[in-house]
Design a protein around this ligand. Structure first.
Ligand code: UD1
Ligand code: CA
Length: 472
C-alpha cells in the first residue's frame, strides 16, 4: 500500500458521490513570471507536474467530470492527462473568465454544479474544495468562494465584504485602491457555482485591463443581482500557495515536503532533519524506520521496520527489508532483504538483490546480481551479472570482468567460496562452492570445489589445508 499525500488519501471526500458536479481546472496560462521554456503547470512539485496534482485533487473530490482548460503547451498537457481528464482548448488566452467559458459546450446541461480552481495551487486539498461546494449547495445564491485571512497581504486579489458579511467583490491587487490594498482577506481562487447561472452570467463579464476577462467579476455580478456570496475562510495558508514564480515553486516544494514528512512522523517514522529529507509519494515506510539527514527516497520504494537510512543516501524504486543499515549510499531498482548492512559509499545499480544478512562495505558496486545470505563484500569491489551463493567472502578489489567489449557474461560463485583480494573473474566463469581464488588471481577457467586458483592466468591447485576466513 502506498501513501499519497495528495488529497485522495481522504476517505471522507472519497465517500461522497459528486456525479452532478464538474471540476474545471484552469491550466492554459502563459506563466510568464516563471520565465521558462515550459508552461507553468508542467513544472513539477514533489516530482509531479502541478496540473496532474490538480487532476488528482479533482478525482479525490469524486466529481462526475474533470475538464482541464489547456492553452500554452496544450499538446504536452493533454499527453500528460491521458484518459485521466477531459480537456478543452483556450485558443486566445483572454483571462480566467474566458478560460472557464471554454468548458461551457462540454458541460452545459450535463451537471448541476461546477467547481473551478487553478492548476497553479499544488497543495490544495479536496476537503477544502468540498467545504466551498457544500456552502454553495446550502445557500440559495448562485455561488460560494474560498477566502484566506493573512497578516501581511501580498499578491492575491482582495476580498471586499459588505455590511452583512457577504462578499461583494474581488479586486485584483494591481487595481486596488490604497484602502483595498490593506484588506487582509484574500482570494485563493477556489469557487463553486450553480452550473446554469455560471454559463449565463460568464457572458456578462466585461474585459478589464489588457482585454482580460476576470472570473472574479462573477462575485460582483451575483452581488448586483442581490445574491449573497458566502466566503468560506480557509485555515491553512500553506495549502493555498499559488505558484507564479520559481520562488513560489520552491515554497510549494518545501511545504509539500513538510506535509509528507509530518505524515510519516505521525506514522511512527523518525526523521532527524525533515528539512533535508525527501520522501516521494509512492514510498511506503514501516513503523520505526529512522531517516538521517540528506536522504532521498523516490519512486516505488518500501522500507521495512527498524531500518536506518542515511545520512546522504538515495533509494530509488527499491524494496528494503527490516533491520537494515544503509549509510551514505545509492540504491536503484534493487531488492535488499532483512538485516543487510550497506555502506558507506556503496552503489546498488538496477537488479541487485542482497539476501538476508549480506554486508557491503566501502565502495562496493553491485549490478544485476544476487548475493546470498551473509555474503560479505567489504572493500572497493564490483560484482555485475553474477550469481553469488551464501556465506561467500569477496575480498578487497575483486572484480567480475563481465564485459568483453561486445557482450556481457555471467559469473557464478558457489556457497562458502572465498575470493581472494584483487581477484579478476573473467566471465563467463564459475567458482564452485567451497572453492577459492588466491590474491591477485586472474581467473579465466572454472574453479572446482576443493581447488584454489592461483596466478595470472590462474592455475588450479588443491586446497591443502583450510585457511582461516578472511573477515577483512
Ligand atoms: C488569480 C485571481 C486572483 C487570485 C489568484 C490566486 C483572477 C482574475 N485573479 O490571479 O484573484 O488571488 O489567482 O492565485 O482570476 N489561466 C488560464 N487562462 C488564462 C489565464 C489564466 O487558464 O487566460 C490559468 C493559469 O494557467 C493559472 C490560473 O488560470 O493556472 C490563474 O492564472 P494566473 O495568471 O496565475 O492568475 P493570478 O494573477 O494569480
Ligand atoms: Ca496564480
Amino acid at each position: 500500500m502506498s501513501f499519497t499525500p495528495s488529497p485522495s488519501s481522504s476517505s471522507s471526500t472519497r465517500r461522497s458521490n459528486r456525479s452532478d458536479v464538474a471540476a474545471v481546472i484552469l491550466a492554459a496560462g502563459q506563466g510568464t513570471r516563471m520565465k521558462s521554456d515550459l508552461a507553468k503547470v508542467l513544472h513539477p512539485v514533489g516530482g509531479k507536474p502541478m496540473v496532474m496534482r490538480a487532476v488528482d485533487t479533482a478525482h479525490a473530490l469524486n466529481v462526475g467530470r474533470t475538464v482541464v482548460v489547456v492553452g500554452r503547451d496544450g499538446d504536452a498537457v493533454r499527453a500528460l492527462l491521458g484518459d485521466g481528464a477531459e480537456s478543452v482548448e483556450q485558443g486566445e488566452l483572454l483571462g480566467t473568465g474566458h478560460a472557464v467559458l471554454q468548458a461551457e459546450s462540454a458541460l452545459r446541461d450535463q451537471v448541476e454544479w461546477v467547481v473551478v480552481f487553478y492548476a497553479d495551487m499544488p497543495l490544495l486539498r479536496a476537503e477544502t474544495i468540498a467545504r466551498v461546494l457544500d456552502a454553495a449547495q446550502a445557500n440559495p445564491g448562485p455561488m460560494a468562494m474560498l477566502t484566506l485571512r493573512v497578516p501581511d497581504p501580498r499578491g492575491f486579489g482582495r476580498v471586499v465584504r459588505g455590511p452583512d458579511g457577504g462578499v461583494l467583490a474581488i479586486v485584483e491587487e494591481r487595481e486596488c485602491t490604497p484602502d483595498q490594498l490593506a484588506i487582509r482577506e484574500l482570494n485563493p481562487g477556489v469557487y463553486a457555482y450553480r452550473a446554469a447561472w455560471l454559463w449565463d452570467n460568464l457572458k456578462a463579464v466585461r474585459p478589464k485591463s489588457k482585454g482580460e476577462y476576470y472570473l472574479t467579476d462573477l462575485v460582483e455580478i451575483a452581488a448586483a443581482q442581490g445574491h449573497g456570496v458566502p466566503g468560506i475562510e480557509a485555515d491553512d495558508a500553506e495549502e493555498l500557495i499559488g505558484v507564479n514564480t520559481r520562488v513560489h515553486l520552491a515554497e510549494a516544494e518545501t511545504a509539500l515536503r513538510r506535509r509528507t514528512n509530518a505524515h510519516w512522523m505521525l506514522e511512527g517514522v523518525t526523521i532527524q532533519d525533515p528539512a533535508t529529507t525527501y520522501i516521494g509519494e509512492s514510498v511506503n515506510l514501516a513503523q520505526d524506520v529512522t531517516i538521517l539527514p540528506n536522504t532521498h527516497l523516490e519512486g516505488q520504494t518500501s522500507i521495512g521496520p527498524h531500518s536506518i537510512l542515511g545520512p546522504n543516501t538515495t533509494v530509488r524504486a527499491s524494496r528494503i527489508g527490516a533491520h537494515c543499515l544503509i549509510n551514505n549510499s545509492v540504491i536503484e531498482e534493487s531488492t535488499v532483504e532483512d538485516h543487510v548492512k550497506i555502506g558507506p559509499y556503496c552503489h546498488l545499480r538496477p537488479k541487485a538483490h542482497l539476501c538476508e544478512g549480506a554486508h557491503l562495505g566501502n565502495f562496493a558496486e553491485v549490478k544485476n546480481s544476487r548475493l546470498g545470505k551473509k555474503t560479505r563484500m567489504h572493500h572497493f569491489s564490483y560484482v555485475g551479472d553474477a550469481e553469488v551463493g551464501d556465506d561467500v567472502n569477496i575480498g578487497a578489489g575483486t572484480i567480475t570482468v563481465n564485459y568483453d567489449g561486445k557482450n556481457k557474461h555471467k559469473t557464478t560463485i558457489g556457497d562458502h567460496a572465498f575470493i581472494g583480494s584483487d581477484s579478476l573473474l573473467i566471465a563467463p566463469v564459475t567458482v564452485q562452492h567451497d572453492a577459492r581464488t588466491a590474491a591477485g588471481a586472474v581467473v579465466t577457467k572454472d574453479v572446482p570445489t576443493g581447488k584454489i586458483a592461483i596466478g595470472v592466468p590462474a592455475r588450479m591447485r588443491d586446497i591443502r589445508r583450510p585457511e582461516p576466513d578472511d573477515k577483512g
